[in-house]
Design a protein around this ligand. Structure first.
Ligand code: IDP
Ligand code: MG
Length: 149
């Protein structure tokens, strides 16, 4: 089963969109297996966004993700990585598909509300960075047979 890390970033928390974002992932049929509300440290931000270290927006990205609390979650399901990326929409909100979160609620790339892992491999790595194994609950989701083949 694929796992993906989802963050409701500080703008999503401040704008009261945690519930809306969770609702959309629940509606999709995905399973929530972990969650925590936290103020991100500079250290965690640097590790999480290490891949962007040489980008011009790196420092503003660190300032953004540490600017207020985030809601961090782990979701799993078949094709969870692609499904969640699609639900979030393209990185640039004006390129995000209608109906996606970034299309429906955002305008600018630097305030695009959410993070979602971009590959199965990064999903595994990011979940391990943000959560310990004992924080994940692989519960019996009774709707699963009605969502999964
Ligand atoms: P993603 O969040 O859709 O995976 P990435 O390319 O991994 O997008 O970039 C990480 C985050 O960095 C984006 O979600 C966005 O908040 C920010 N970001 C990416 N490109 C830019 C940019 O050109 N200017 C400002 N912020 C950016
Ligand atoms: Mg990314």
């Amino acid at each position: 089963m694929e796992k993906t890390l989802v963050l409701v970033k500080p703008d999503g928390v401040q704008r009261g969109l945690i519930g809306e974002i969770i609702k959309r992932l629940e509606n999709r049929g995905l399973r929530l297996i972990g969650g925590k509300f936290l103020q991100v440290s500079r250290e965690l931000a640097e590790e999480h966004y290490g891949i962007h270290k040489n980008k011009p927006f790196y420092e503003s990205l660190l300032a953004y993700i540490t600017s207020a609390p985030v809601m961090a979650m782990v979701w799993d399901g078949p094709n969870a990585v692609a499904a969640v990326r699609q639900t979030m929409g393209a990185t640039r909100p004006t390129e995000a598909a209608p109906g996606s979160i970034r299309h429906d609620f955002a305008l600018e790339i630097g305030k695009n509300l959410t993070h979602a892992s971009d590959s199965v491999e990064n999903g595994e790595k990011e979940v391990a960075l943000w959560f310990s194994e004992d924080e994940l609950i692989y519960w019996d989701q009774t709707i699963a047979p009605w969502v999964q083949e």
